[in-house]
Design a protein around this ligand. Sequence first.
Ligand SMILES: *Cc1c(COP(=O)(O)O)cnc(C)c1O
Length: 238
Amino acid sequence: MEEILARCRERIERAAERAGRRAEEITLVGVSKTVPAEKIRGAYDAGVRHFGENRVQEREEKNEAFAGVNAVWHLVGHLQSNKAKRAAKLFHAVDSIDGWPLAERLDKAMKERVAREGAGRLRVLVEVRVSEETTKTGAHEADLPELAEKVLSLPNLELQGLMCIPPLFGEVEPVRAYFRRLRELRDQLAARLAVALPVLSMGMSHDFEFAIEEGATEVRVGTALFGEWEAARGASHA
Ligand SMILES: *Cc1c(COP(=O)(O)O)cnc(C)c1O
């Protein structure tokens, strides 16, 4: 795992260098869906501190194995509002807010946690549907300003930026336009609402270098860290 992680970090560093950025600006989120807990633990021991899961139930099932693990857990998959309460218990960040009902339910769930445990606000990102034809999840661009403004008004959520999952291409170069688009949307939104939205979560195993060149601050890497087998199983779940 150390070697694989080192290779990942090197790819991040080289992409950052090309873009005139510092590698420390970029957070590696190891997407560990379908990956057995021991293997995730191995990545943690090697130094990965952020992990992404796409299903609440899977995260719950793995929870026992992570006692004493001091990692940041991101929910990166579509979340149904009726699971908001369960998600708020185990995740530190929900990177896939796609509508108001979900945001409202999460805020309410966090309010209870804040009162009971003194927990901090929940970090959230709005997921944007950058391609209308091929992507099924995320908020529509047209709804973004109003949604972001409303999410910012919620006391127990902290909106930090945007996330996207571009359509898959045989070649990776065309995907760059989607990353650029997300960055533009973020810049416009931050100016319009006069807030800092520092986080751009974009880029996966096959295209994260492009994402970094276009401004990603978080890359979500599954296959390149955990191997092909788990990734194939993940695809069959989706
Ligand atoms: C699975 C997944 C990833 C990781 O994809 P890889 O191609 O395996 O790196 C990233 N983001 C989301 C939302 C995912 O579901």
